[in-house]
Structure formats: C-alpha cells, structure tokens
Design a protein around this ligand. Structure first.
Ligand code: AHZ
Length: 323
C-alpha cells in the first residue's frame, strides 16, 4: 500500500534565490531532521523484484524477436522494431551488466562520438544534439548517445532486457520446407554462471524459444516464425558469438574474419552485409558481428554503420513480420 503525502509547492530557500525542491511532495522545509521514507519490509523488496523478473521470463519464454547483444547496433535495431511493432514481444539479451557495449566511450578512451552522414538522421529521430562538421557529426558524449537509446528502447512496453545474461548456444530445428535448418531460439545463462562453467560441474541453462511453434514443438503454420538478430560485436571474450556458432552448424559457410581498419570501405560494407543470414532461417546480423561473419574491414571509432546496419536489419525483420 502506498503512503500519501500532501502536495505543496515546497521551496528550499538558498542565498542565491528560491529553488523548487525536487522532493516537494515529501520535504516541505529545509529542515531534514524528521525526514522519513515510506515504510517497507525487506521481503516486499525481494518479492517486488522476483515476481516481475519471473513474470517477464515467463512472458518472454516465447519471443517474436530476440536481440543478442545490446551495443549501439543491437539497440538501434531494437528501437526501430519496438517502435513500429508494439505487438511483437522483443527480448534483448545482454551479457554485461551495462548495455552499450563499446559505445560508452566512442574510441581510444575519448568521449566524443563520430557519426558519418547519413547516420546522423537517427540522432535527429532521438533528439540527440550534435555538432555538424559537414560530412560527419559529433555527439559531445558517446555516453549521451547510448544512454538516450537505452532509455528510449526500455520505455517500450513490448521490450524486456535481460542483462547480466549470456547467450550460450542457439536452438536449431530441421524444419525448413526442404529440411533446411531453422534457428528456433537461444540458450541462456546468467553471465556469472557462464563464466564459471570451467570451475563447476554441469550448470544447465535456460531457453528462450522463438514464436511459431505448437505445444508439441512442431511448426504452427498459422503463426509467424520469430527471428534472432545477433549484434554481439567483433571477436573478444564474448563477441561474434552467433557468427562463430552458425558457421560451425552451417557446413556451407566459413567465418570471413574481420579485416584491418579501413573506415571508408568498412562502414558501407558492414551495412551492405547486415540483415538476413542466407543458409539458416530466422537468423539476422548487424554491427561488427557482420564484419566477422562476412570478412569486412573494421572502421575503428566511427559509428554510422552501427546505427544504420541495425536499422537495415530491423527493417528486414519488420518486412518479415508484415508479409
Ligand atoms: O556484452 C556485449 C556487448 O554489450 C554483448 N554480447 C556479446 N556476446 C554476447 C552473448 N550473449 C549476450 N553471447 C553478448 N550478449 O554484445 C554487445 C556488443 O556490443 P558492441 O558495442 O561490442 O558491438 P556493436 O557491433 O554494436 O558495436 C561495435 C562498435 C565498434 S567496434 C569497432 C572496431 O573495432 O573497429 N568499431 C566500432 C564502431
């Protein structure tokens, strides 16, 4: 039960003038000596968190769209998908505690983020201020970009982020019309568990399944098949996860391997190669994971291709659900 307080326009008097107090509902004077929070039990806090988490896990156990990796490319895609299709269940799995991947600092531990045009149009959509330098724009703080995208994406009611959760494997089924493999979900674990696999005996994972199946696990032809968009970045402790896994499953593909830095070629090539993966159904890629899959150059600290490849993959996914 909530505790109500009288609303008054409380004023905190400072020498510099009169400032409206941010807690005007609660704090009525500048005397803090009898300040109290509303009462709570510890178990109430536990239940408030666990009930929601497991309700969300239950709802998202079958998802229309699973986005693996919440860096700049994955979150740009999530924004476009969730905004255009509020009816789709969108699940974001992020291995780290914090979303954002490499975009908290744009490059070389410096704060300004460079975005080549026309990637700046996405900044306009999100009302993120930038300095226009002609062919490119600069966002003063990369952190401003990523925090804005995170907050916009997480406001959509159809989106749930499971952070500190790693995708450990893909669920596959041989259910294409000609026996082609289809990706049917992701295998997840809390990242701390994933990191401890080498030190403990078997700790089995959880599964998030894509929509489009009947209760017996066979394809439901009346329901649209869900999709996975993988945006786990280039190779690293966790990166390029789905790219590496898919080529180990698909005998017709080899990992291209990310090539050296070439800004001019890399950004357009990543965008051109982003989107649906040909060979295994229901799988899409964006961001630097595309460079690993297709063998594109890296671009270093220019982020236009992250935003635009995410938007391209999102648009292909929207088309899939519209067909
Ligand atoms: O934690 C990872 C990061 O937040 C997450 N991730 C990776 N593997 C995962 C897994 N399960 C769940 N198995 C996983 N999450 O994916 C996110 C990737 O973000 P990123 O910023 O590394 O990738 P991006 O492709 O969106 O942006 C890349 C930015 C780069 S790298 C680069 C260069 O090296 O030249 N240039 C740019 C612009």
């Amino acid at each position: 039960m909530s505790t109500t307080t009288q609303t008054e326009t409380a004023q905190l008097q400072l020498n510099a003038g009169s400032i409206r107090h941010a807690l005007s509902d609660v704090v009525k004077t500048d005397d803090w000596s009898d300040f109290k929070f509303t009462p709570i039990r510890e178990s109430t806090v536990s239940r408030a968190m666990t009930s929601r988490y497991f309700k969300d896990l239950d709802k998202h156990a079958v998802s229309d769209v699973i986005i693996v990796g919440a860096g700049s490319s994955g979150l740009s895609a999530a924004y476009v998908i969730a905004k255009n299709r509020p009816d789709l269940t969108v699940t974001i799995i992020e291995a780290s505690v914090a979303c954002g991947g490499g975009s908290w600092l744009a490059g070389a531990l410096m704060s300004a983020m460079i975005i080549r045009k026309p990637g700046h149009l996405f900044l306009e959509e999100l009302k993120i201020p930038y300095e226009d330098e002609g062919d490119y724009v600069v966002v003063k703080h990369a952190a401003l970009f990523i925090t804005t995208v995170i907050s916009e994406v997480l406001k959509f009611p159809n989106v749930k982020l499971f952070n500190a959760t790693a995708v450990e494997d893909l669920v596959t089924r041989p259910d294409g019309p000609n026996g082609e493999l289809t990706v049917a979900g992701v295998v997840t674990n809390w990242t701390l568990v994933t990191q401890a696999h080498g030190t403990q005996c078997c700790m089995d994972p959880n599964v998030i399944e894509l929509s489009g199946y009947k209760n017996d696990g066979t394809r439901d032809p009346s329901a649209k098949h869900g999709v996975i968009l993988s945006t786990t970045g280039h190779d690293g402790p966790f990166g390029a996860f789905s790219a590496k896994r898919i080529v180990s499953i698909d005998e017709n593909q080899k990992l291209g391997g990310m090539k050296g830095l070439d800004m001019n070629h890399a950004e357009a090539d990543v965008v051109k190669n982003a989107g649906k993966y040909n060979g295994v159904n229901s799988m899409y890629f964006a961001g630097m994971e595309v460079a690993e899959l297709a063998g594109c150059n890296r671009m270093g600290p220019t982020f236009g291709a992250m935003l635009v490849s995410g938007i391209k993959a999102a648009e292909e996914i929207l088309k899939h659900f519209a067909e």
